[in-house]
Write a protein that binds this ligand. Structure first.
Ligand code: BEZ
Length: 261
């Protein structure tokens, strides 16, 4: 394998531009309502929105009468959330520092970026009051598999080991349930949900928005060529007859209670 020009750590940097996110990824919050419904928030509940991004679902929970704190690793996204008047903070989801103050922890489309799930779940456990709930949705086993395989092939062709740069964690329900149970949660539901997702634009926009840290080991010129190869390879699998790109999303949705005592 080629020795990478960037270290794995610097290559893994993913940066979130709130404007690009809104245009390329507005569907993430639009499609997040089923997990809000699973959360079933009650007026006055104190809720932590883990990986809140620019806060669209955080704002929905506030509008439902909840007292919501949003946290996200991206300073740009948090700046946008604060500008919307939300109580939002930059924080590392793998090192949460809250202690026993939330009725529920909610997370949509964020946990798959956190590659130390046991540390995340431990922080969630500490953040919850006794008997609190953890309700979330993330990429699950098999998520964006066509896209992932095409990116892996493009990196391998250039002598890079894709596993070094893979920024995503897409667990099976069994694996995630075992982690939740080990941390003292009772899992009331957990399921994989295939959700082919029409994209608002070209697959190149998706790759630029979501696979930035995967492709950062390539220099800018090489990256453009690689993206074009990935696009060509995915055309047969993901571009439908109406000319719409449809990403092969698979969600892992769960609801778990923290056992008291
Ligand atoms: C997802 O929401 O499943 C996802 C987002 C970015 C990259 C990969 C998957």
């Amino acid at each position: 394998m080629k020795s990478p020009a960037n270290t794995a750590q610097s290559a893994q940097r993913q940066h979130w531009d709130p404007d690009r996110y809104r245009s390329e990824a507005g569907f993430v919050a639009d499609l997040g309502m089923p997990v809000v419904e699973l959360l079933d928030p009650k007026q006055g509940e104190r809720i932590l929105d883990l990986g809140c991004g620019e806060g669209r679902l955080t704002a929905k929970l506030v509008a439902m009468g909840c007292d919501v704190v949003g946290v996200d690793a991206s300073p740009d996204q948090i700046a946008r959330a604060k500008a919307e008047g939300l109580d939002a903070h930059v924080a590392d989801g793998e090192a949460l520092s809250f202690e026993g103050e939330f009725d529920a922890v909610f997370s949509n489309a964020a946990l798959h970026w956190m590659k130390q799930p046991a540390a995340v779940i431990d922080g969630v456990r500490r953040a919850l009051k006794a008997g609190g709930r953890f309700v979330g949705e993330m990429g699950g086993h098999g998520n964006v598999q066509h896209i992932k395989s095409a990116v892996e092939a493009a990196l391998s062709r250039r002598g890079h080991d894709p596993a070094t740069y893979d920024p995503w964690y897409f667990p099976t329900p069994e694996a995630y349930e075992a982690l939740l149970a080990a941390a003292g949660f009772e899992v009331s539901s957990i399921e994989l949900i295939p959700r082919p997702t029409p994209l608002p634009g070209d697959i190149e926009g998706w790759l630029a928005t979501f696979a930035e840290s995967y492709l950062n080991c390539l220099d800018p010129e090489e990256r453009l060529v690689a993206i074009s190869e990935v696009r060509d390879e995915l055309r047969a699998q993901l571009l439908n007859s109406e000319g719409v790109w449809v990403a092969d999303y698979v969600r892992l949705r769960f609801h778990a209670w923290l056992r008291s005592g």
